[in-house]
Design a binder for this molecule. Sequence first.
Ligand code: ACO
Ligand code: KIV
Length: 515
Amino acid sequence: MGKEGVKIEIMDTTLRDGEQTSGVSFVPHEKLMIARLLLEDLKVDRVEVASARVSDGEFEAVKMICDWAARRNLLHKVEVLGFVDGHTSVDWIQRTGCRVINLLCKGSLKHCTQQLKKTPEEHLADIISVVHYADEQDITVNVYLEDWSNGIKDSPEYVFQLMDGLKETSVKRFMLPDTLGILNPLQVIEYMRKMKKRYPNTHLDFHAHNDYDLAVSNVLAAVLSGVKGLHTTINGLGERAGNAPLASVQAILKDHFNAVTNIDESRLNDVSRVVESYSGIVIPANKPIVGENVFTQVAGVHADGDNKNNLYCNDLLPERFGRKREYALGKTSGKANIRKNLEDLGLELDEDAMRKVTERIIELGDKKELVTQEDLPYIVSDVLKHGAVGEKVKLKSYFVNLAHGLKPMATLKIEINGKEYEESSGGDGQYDAFVRALRKIYKVTLGRKFPMLTNYAVTIPPGGRTDAFVQTVITWSYDEQVFRTRGLDADQTEAAIKATMKMLNLIEDEYEKSK
Ligand SMILES: CC(=O)SCCNC(=O)CCNC(=O)[C@H](O)C(C)(C)COP(=O)(O)OP(=O)(O)OC[C@H]1O[C@@H](n2cnc3c(N)ncnc32)[C@H](O)[C@@H]1OP(=O)(O)O
Ligand SMILES: CC(C)C(=O)C(=O)O
């Protein structure tokens, strides 16, 4: 499909249109850091870093970026949006050290007459005057035809009048925005072809907006129509629903069009994370290329197919983007998912152990849907260490409560060798109340010894998730013996109760031996 090997120029506007995402504001050193990542790591061809006149902070940011870019011989790649305002924007840009203005002109008749309150002739004359002034200052001019998509639909003669009036000037690129994201790919092809036919030797950029979730499709339609320059942002940031995300655009250009860009796609993920953190706009987990989950196989059948000649892989191999394939653990896991995770951890289990671990993961997943790789060593150890312990003591039901200003209470019913016992107690905490109720059954009702708790350790897997599994390891002494049991659950009290039930079964075996 498409044009083989066509060269596409990418202009990234994360720092201008991306900053027009509601709630996003970069401080100068963040702008500098992102500009460096865009130009040096990702190797985008051009960056638009601000609008002129906005604020002192923006002035400082542009100046910092330009000072840095000049030292790296990259200054010609740094651009600032400016207005048709006589000398004001050009002077502002000149003072920052920037050498390129992206001049915001009106691309539809209604914007020209209703917002600027100018006739087309007046607006054209104003633009030409700014272009001449920029020429005098040795500043390169690219022109935006703002609201071009409405303009080419409703007032094409206005668009052509503007283009015709500017084509003999020094304007380097004409940048055609779908300002309100109103076009679909068929319309992009129709209108871009009209533009290409009339201006075959003019460099055209396309600037998409994502209001109908069509930004990426529209960008590709533009390429199909012969456009050589595209505007993108990291993570699709931008006014309203945003712009076309660079990562998706890059992947589709390469895989579907065999197009050539300068982008180093192995850096896309890392740069996305930096922009996520500086912008505060969280990347959805299912966002193509950069979302947390997009390289994770969840279904057991998929993991199995990956072992059989990579049957469930497409061209979007995670390694291309500096990422790794992962296999989710949960109720939809099969042995293949679990084996892949164990391999990663350097663990190997025999068939029987695999079966037990699989059953356990499915059981846990049924309760909580997702089990992480970090949870796996605990699960393996839990299943293998105590898998053989009998079930002479069973917890039939229990209730523990926690109420502000009241002592925690526990009521439980257990079965010991087929007989049921019920007891209640208060305690210093929920688990303390639970153990006190148990102790009453053993010591008072049965007249037996109850083990002494000597240590209680809680571990959560790394990652800092509040919904992670909790591992509780409890050490008990009983008849001069030490027992160490562990419980695993999303809830800390439940994990401790599980560890306790294992201990009661262990001492039951000892008790029977001693009879
Ligand atoms: C589609 C886009 O993304 S366009 C994004 C352009 N960038 C920005 O808007 C950057 C953020 N904007 C700002 O900081 C401010 O709006 C400024 C500094 C540009 C102007 O601020 P103010 O002088 O307070 O004007 P305000 O924002 O109220 O209105 C915009 C003015 O610019 C005029 N204007 C709109 N487009 C243009 C243009 N292309 N060239 C010149 N003037 C323009 C409007 O007609 C209006 O003028 P008016 O006040 O005489 O009616
Ligand atoms: C700056 C302008 C041209 C823009 O971002 C748009 O129209 O979408």
